[in-house]
Each structure stands twice: as structure tokens, then as C-alpha cells.
Design a protein around this ligand. Structure first.
Ligand SMILES: CC(=O)SCCNC(=O)CCNC(=O)[C@H](O)C(C)(C)COP(=O)(O)OP(=O)(O)OC[C@H]1O[C@@H](n2cnc3c(N)ncnc32)[C@H](O)[C@@H]1OP(=O)(O)O
Ligand SMILES: CCCC(=O)O
Length: 448
């Protein structure tokens, strides 16, 4: 037995033992996305009656969170998330989850400067390797920062977790770990590929024709960016590169179709760069020990100056609403938080600053809400809604009716351009509202 294995044995405890380090008033941080701790979450929830005012922070947990469910009145635990998943927004609807707004790129800095930094970090990792390292697997974004700031670091080992090669800050050494808990080794949760609609396909076609050989791709979260990735896999494009925050299912298709070489990237040549992966089992298999991929912390992947270094950087992100000024809301419907800003701002800004880069915000022109069809192009963002990307930063906006480039345009030009890609049934009403808002001139065209 080598010295790391001896240390492993000394630090190995049950989950119930490990969570005893949490004290009333503490901040506890969970690792993110598919790496949300299961066993430690359950053990911490079981301590409910002994603890008060424990704040837990996570990101986009796709598992039910036991600390939140155990304490609907929040006498003991308050659960907070930097980016809501479907599970978390349903908890929010019941008053059991709160959002932490922020730019994804800044999260490691916020943590390192002590802003709601954790007292205890609970991080899911791969098993330890022969050199004593536990790999953060498919979620690297600021796990290292959480561990650096925590008084106590507990790892929950999952034998099914893929080992994701860095980059940097993709691992933690046993010497920095206080307790090791062996988890239940469940396969990582899978997010199936969204089945594209006709509307998705029209939007995708309008974006695909804007992309050239050698372009470097970022695909955002949600159905539409994945569909666009799939269509790129079927295109004639070649030598694409990847610099994204998220690695989603479509990237595997693109790679297997021979579209991705990374040969024309300016930095990280030949590497598919990302900070987290969330998708299906094929994606998790793909990233495992794959030297074609490099995982980095989010203050590298999402740094505007890093993004802009690759030429022809393309950012493709989805939105919920856009108003006639061009302000994009991608994270809430009124006061209901749907997700978070994540890296949408970072990549929209970064891609525009890359030589030959383009940033696309895409959205279907309408959305069915209960038995009504509503326009996603609206005079004003639904009251209480959040501006994810300000009008000053937005470049291309795409719906199934076309695409417009808002950069440098006046308010009345923006209104006309956006109305021209709204659903025809809503255009007259949008024009009336634009007139009231004094962003419509007598020269504006009425497209119907
Ligand atoms: C972590 C990262 O940063 S990844 C990189 C980029 N980051 C981002 O783009 C962040 C912001 N973007 C996002 O969160 C997503 O792209 C979204 C929310 C815009 C779209 O994601 P999708 O998964 O395709 O959204 P979907 O159409 O399923 O809608 C999500 C929810 O919003 C609701 N919703 C969306 N639009 C509306 C609307 N106009 N009115 C009412 N509800 C709406 C849906 O009903 C659904 O709610 P539910 O699941 O609770 O029923
Ligand atoms: C995905 C964004 C998460 C955070 O910044 O906390």
C-alpha cells in the first residue's frame, strides 16, 4: 500500500460522519450540474434538527435536493443556486430555493474574495488516481475555488464519473482533502437530446449559413443550441474548433462526423475547451480520458479576452424574450427565475470581439403558455423580468422569420428589425406599442 492509499484509508469516513463538520450558520457548497452530491446531501438533510441557518449553495442540480425538501420552512437550511435547473425552479415555486445572480466568469473571483464562500465544500469526484488526485469530472467551473476557501473539504467519490483531462484546476490532491466518502456510484444523470421542431430547424438553417470553415463554436444550454449543433454535423463545414462553457450532446455528433479538428484555433489548438459537460451517457463516455478535450475553470473559458483570442468565435444561445430595444431576457419569466445568466453575456460579448466572430441570440417567435400563444418579441420585457444581455451587447437575433444584426442601430431601426422577425400575427400590435414608446418614425416600414 503506498502512502496515498494509507492517507485514503485514514480519511475515509461514512457520509454521516463527514457531515458532522457542518455547524449552524455555515455556508456549505455542493459541486455542480451532474456532479451534485447525493449521499452527502441526504446525510446533511438528516441532521436537520441539530442545525440552524445553514446556507447551501449549488448550481443546476438535476437531482431532488434533500436539504431543501427536508425543510420547507427554511428553519434549518436555505438552498441557493447560481443557475436553476427544472428541479430547482420547481423548488423556487414552493419558496424552497433562491437564486444567486451573477456572471458565470466572475463566480470563482466572488468565491475567492469571500462572497458567500463556503465553510464546507462537498464535491463529487472520480476515484483517486495513483498519484493521489481526485478529478472533478464533468464540472470544473469553480470547484477548485470552493475547495480553496472551505474550512473543510469532503469528496464524494463516484466510480462512474468520467475523468476529464485539463486544462488546469481539474483535480484536487488528497493532501487538500479532509474527508473521503464513497458514494453510491450511480451513473451520471442524463439529459436527452431535444427533438427538433420545424421552427428549430428554420432557425438553425439561418445560423448555419453564417458559419464558415475553421469557426470556433460555443453552444449554450437548451434545446435550440443542440439542434444547431446537430445541423452543423450534417453540413459541409470543416476544421471547426470548440471553445464553449458547456459541452452538450451535439458536440459528440460534430466530432464523430469529422467536423471538429481544432486545427484552426488560435489558442488551445486541437482541444475542445469547456468548463462543464451535461448531456447523455455518450457524452460522458466521450469526455472520459479524452485528450481531444480540455476542461478548465470558468474564469478561463468565459473570460472575454480569452474567448476573443480565437478567430471566428461563434456564440449560439437561446432566449426567453426580447424587447423592442433589443434587451434580451433568457433567465426569467417576470419574477419567476427560470435559469440564470450563466455564460450567455460572457460569450455574446466575447464572440463579437473575436476577429470574424459572431454572437447569435435565437428564439422561436412565439411560445405556447397554457392555452395561449404569446410573442417572444415584446414591447417591454415582462414586468419583473431580468435583462440577461443588455441591448448594447446584443449582435444577431434570429427567429424562424429571419435574422437581424442590431449592432450600431438606432432605437427605431431596432424596433423595425425586431418586428420584421416577429410572428406576423403580432406585428401590428408591436408597431402600435413601438409608436407609443416613441421608437417608431414615419419612415419605418410595416412588414406584415
Ligand atoms: C450554464 C450556462 O450558462 S450554459 C451557456 C449559456 N447560458 C445561457 O444561455 C443561460 C440562459 N439560457 C437558458 O437558461 C436557456 O437557454 C433557456 C431557458 C433560455 C432555454 O432553455 P430550454 O431548456 O430550451 O427552455 P424551455 O423552453 O424548456 O423552457 C424552460 C422553462 O421556461 C418556461 N418558459 C420559457 N418561455 C416562457 C414564456 N414565454 N412564458 C412562460 N414560461 C416560459 C418553460 O415553460 C419552462 O418551464 P418549466 O420547465 O418550469 O415548465
Ligand atoms: C452557471 C452559473 C453558475 C454560477 O455562476 O454560480
Amino acid at each position: 500500500m503506498n502512502s496515498y492509499q494509507e492517507e485514503y484509508k485514514r480519511k475515509l469516513v461514512t457520509a454521516d460522519e463527514a457531515v458532522k463538520v457542518v455547524k449552524s450558520g455555515d455556508w456549505v457548497a455542493y459541486s455542480h450540474f451532474a456532479m451534485t452530491p447525493r449521499v452527502l446531501d441526504k446525510a446533511l438533510a438528516a441532521r436537520k434538527n441539530e442545525l440552524f441557518d445553514v446556507k447551501v449553495r449549488g448550481v443546476c442540480s438535476v437531482h431532488p435536493l434533500q436539504v431543501a425538501l427536508a425543510d420547507p420552512e427554511q428553519q434549518h437550511f436555505i438552498y441557493n443556486s447560481g443557475f436553476f435547473s427544472g428541479v430547482e425552479r420547481k423548488l423556487q415555486d414552493e419558496g424552497m430555493a433562491f437564486h444567486i445572480p451573477g456572471l458565470y466568469v466572475e463566480s470563482p473571483t466572488n468565491i475567492r474574495s469571500g462572497q458567500n464562500a463556503p465553510d464546507v465544500a462537498m464535491i463529487v469526484t472520480t476515484p483517486m488516481d495513483e498519484r493521489g488526485f481526485f478529478n472533478f469530472s464533468v464540472s470544473c467551473s469553480y470547484e477548485r475555488a470552493l475547495c480553496e476557501m472551505a474550512r473543510t473539504v469532503i469528496v464524494e467519490v463516484n466510480e462512474k464519473a468520467p475523468r476529464c483531462l485539463g486544462g488546469f484546476q481539474e483535480s484536487i490532491h488528497i493532501s487538500e482533502v479532509d474527508y473521503i466518502v464513497e458514494g453510491n456510484n450511480e451513473p451520471l444523470i442524463e439529459i436527452p437530446t431535444h427533438q427538433p421542431t420545424e421552427v428549430d430547424k428554420k432557425i438553425a438553417a439561418l445560423i448555419v449559413e453564417e458559419i464558415e470553415d475553421g469557426a470556433c463554436l460555443q453552444l449554450g444550454i437548451g434545446g435550440l443550441p443542440n439542434t444547431i449543433g446537430k445541423m452543423l454535423a450534417e453540413s459541409d463545414l470543416k476544421d471547426l474548433g470548440v471553445h464553449s462553457e458547456m459541452l452538450c450532446n451535439a458536440f459528440v455528433e460534430l466530432y464523430e462526423a469529422g467536423k471538429i479538428t481544432g486545427a484552426r484555433k488560435t489558442i488551445d489548438r486541437f482541444k475542445m475547451v469547456y468548463t462543464f459537460a451535461l448531456g447523455d451517457a455518450r457524452l460522458y463516455e466521450f469526455v472520459h480520458n479524452n485528450p481531444a478535450c480540455a476542461i478548465y475553470p470558468v474564469d478561463y473559458t468565459n473570460n472575454v479576452n480569452v474567448i476573443a483570442q480565437n478567430d471566428r468565435q461563434i456564440a449560439i444561445n437561446n432566449a426567453i424574450e426580447i424587447d423592442l430595444y433589443g434587451q434580451v431576457c433568457s433567465e426569467s419569466v417576470g419574477t419567476r427565475q427560470i435559469s440564470g445568466t450563466g455564460g450567455q453575456f460572457d460569450f455574446t460579448y466575447g464572440a463579437f470581439r473575436s476577429r470574424g466572430g459572431k454572437a447569435f441570440i435565437c428564439l422561436s417567435s412565439t411560445k405556447k403558455v397554457k392555452d395561449r400563444t404569446v410573442s417572444r418579441i415584446v414591447p417591454m420585457i415582462t414586468p419583473g423580468g431580468i435583462v440577461t444581455v443588455p441591448r448594447t451587447v446584443v449582435q444577431y437575433v434570429v427567429t424562424e422569420y429571419g435574422k437581424v444584426n442590431l449592432k450600431g442601430k438606432t432605437t427605431w431601426q431596432r424596433a423595425e428589425m425586431l418586428i420584421s422577425i416577429a410572428h406576423p400575427d403580432f406585428r401590428e400590435e408591436l408597431i402600435k406599442q413601438a409608436e407609443k414608446m416613441k421608437i417608431w418614425t414615419r419612415t419605418n416600414k410595416r412588414l406584415s
